[in-house]
Design a protein around this ligand. Structure first.
Ligand SMILES: [Zn+2]
Length: 82
């Protein structure tokens, strides 16, 4: 198990690498925390901005009621079977 000192060493090492490699959020310029490094590599942003920008880009899609398409699909089947 990692204790607090290990975590601080890990974060310090990460910050060192991040600063050297120029890892920084494209929006706020902050070095993303160790826990958000994968998000940063994917998006170039910190976890917070990756989350908020993703939310702005893609509002939850409106799903039309499924019954409508099912009913339309069922109608031809009914007329051909009669
Ligand atoms: Zn940010």
């Amino acid at each position: 198990m990692m204790n607090k000192d290990d975590l601080e060493r890990r974060d310090a090492a990460w910050n060192h690498v991040a600063r050297r490699e120029g890892y920084a959020c494209a929006v706020c310029g902050e070095i993303p925390p160790y826990g958000e490094r994968e998000v940063h590599f994917e998006t170039g942003l910190c976890g917070y901005h990756a989350y908020t920008l993703k939310k702005d880009d893609k509002p939850p899609p409106y799903n039309p009621p499924l019954q409508a398409t099912e009913r339309q699909a069922a109608l031809p089947r009914m007329t051909t079977s009669i």
